[in-house]
Write a protein that binds this ligand. Sequence first.
Ligand SMILES: Cc1cc2nc3c(=O)[nH]c(=O)nc-3n(C[C@H](O)[C@H](O)[C@H](O)COP(=O)(O)OP(=O)(O)OC[C@H]3O[C@@H](n4cnc5c(N)ncnc54)[C@H](O)[C@@H]3O)c2cc1C
Length: 471
Amino acid sequence: MQGWSDKRIAVCGSGMAGLAAAVTAAERGARVVVFEKAPGIGGTTAMSSGLVWTFADIGELMDAIPDGNPALQAVVFNTVDEGRDWLAACGVEMGPEESLIGHGRGRTLVDPRQAVEALAGRLRELGGTIELDTALEELRTDGGRVIGLRVGDGTSRHTMAADAVVLATGGFQGNPELVTRYIVPSTDNLYLRANPWSSGDGLLSALAVGGAATPGMDTFYGHPMLAPPASFSDKDFLNVTQWQGASCVALNLLGRRFVDESTGTGGEVLNQELARQPKGRGFYVLDSRTAGMDLMGGFVNARVILERAQKYHGVVLQADTLEELCQRMQEHGVPGGGAERTLNEYNRAIAAGEGASLSPQRLRKPFPVTVPPFFAVSVKASITLTMGGIAVDEQMRVVRRSGATSLLAQSLSDPSLLREPVVEGLYAAGCDVGNINHRNYMGSLSVALTTGRRAGAAAAGPGPDEGAERR
Ligand SMILES: Cc1cc2nc3c(=O)[nH]c(=O)nc-3n(C[C@H](O)[C@H](O)[C@H](O)COP(=O)(O)OP(=O)(O)OC[C@H]3O[C@@H](n4cnc5c(N)ncnc54)[C@H](O)[C@@H]3O)c2cc1C
C-alpha cells in the first residue's frame, strides 16, 4: 500500500519529530523537503540521552498529568511501541525494552546522532531532500489554507508551494521574549539546556495564520544544573545535570524550601519552581546517605554527580554539622540561620513521619538529612523544552483559533458545542505541539516520534484503505 500520495510536503525541523514526519510521509509516496535552520540535522534530539520512554500504564499517566490533553496523551501511549519498532526498521540502532524509574518503560537510541542520520538516510532513499541552514520564516496562505512557506538563511530567501506544511521546530525555549512572556519574568533565571535554534518559529508562524495556542504555556521541562561559577558547554549538559533533586532538600537563596522536591517524574516540577525563585538559583542539601544513592533506576549515582560538580568548578560545600554547612552557605548569599531552621524543621517532620505537614509538603522519598558529612551543591534552573505550544487535533492538524471553543479546561454541558476547526494544510509535531506534557513529564522523544509519525501520515493524506478511519 506504499506510494499512493501525490502530495508535496514541507517539514520544518530535522529532530525526531520532523524526521519521523518526513520519512512517514515519504514512505507513502509524498515528495518531501525538510528545512533545517541549523547547519546540521538533529536538534535537541541529537544531544539527548536517547531514552524513548513513557509511562507503562495509561491510568498512571493520566493521573500524573491531569491537565494535559488526554486525547493526545493517548495517541502517544497507544502508538509508541509501534513507533519504536518502526525506528528499528528504519535502521536506527535501538537498545532492548527496559523498565525505568518505577513508572515507565522504553527503549534507548544507542546513539541519538546515529538515529537522526539513519532517518535522514532513509528519507533520501525515498527521494526526500534536506536543506540545511534554511529556516521557516513565514507560512503562505490562500483563503485561510496553508499553500506553502517562505524560507531563508538570514540573507536570501525563497518560497515553496506545498500541499501541507509540518511544523517541527522544537518549541520556543530559545526565544527570550517568548520565555519572558509565558514562563519566567527574567530569562536570567534559566540556562538553555537544548539546541540554540528552537526559538518559537513554528509557534509564531502558526499563530500568525490563525492557529491556536494551548493551555500550559507557562509549563516547561528541564533539570537544575550547576550554578555559576561552574563552566561548561552544551556537550557537558548530561555531566552537569543535578539529577539528585528528588532525594535531597532544596533551598532557595532565602534559605527556604519552595516545593515538594519529590513531585513529578524526574525533577521537572522542582526545576520549574526553582526558575521562579530569586535568580533561579538555590542549593541541594544532602547527607552522606543521600549523597551515595543510585538514582533513576541506577542511571546515575549521586556521589558521581558530586564528583563531576567539583570537576566543572561548581560550588560544592561539605561540613560535619548542619550548622557549619549553613555557615558555609551564608558565604554564598543564603541566610545561614534561616537555612538551619528550615533543615531542622524538615528533619523533625520527616523523623515524625509528618512530611505532609510541612509547607511545602514532602510526600515521597522522605529522606532525613542527619548523617554527616553533609553536602550542599549550588544549582540553577534550566529549560530543555516548552510544554505549551500549538493546539492540534488527534491528526496533528493545527486548530484554528477563530471558530474554536476555548481550549481551557471547563465543563461543556453540551458536547455538541465543542468546536475545533483546523487550519487546512498545517500540521505540528514534537515540542511544537502543546499540552501533552503539562507541568509533569511523560517523555519527549516518545512525543516527538509518535506525533511526528501521525503528522507525516496525515499530511500525506489517507491511503486507499484508510479514508474512513482518518477523517
Ligand atoms: C541533555 C538532554 C538529554 C535528553 N534526554 C532525553 C531522553 O533521554 N528522553 C527524552 O524523551 N527526551 C530527552 N531529552 C529531550 C528531547 O531530546 C527533546 O525534547 C526532543 O528530542 C525534541 O524533539 P523535536 O523533534 O521536537 O525537537 P528538536 O530535536 O530540537 O528538533 C527541532 C529542530 O528544528 C530546527 N528549527 C528550529 N527553528 C526552525 C525553523 N524556523 N526552520 C527550520 N528548522 C528549525 C532546530 O534547529 C532543530 O533541529 C533530552 C534533552 C537534553 C538536552
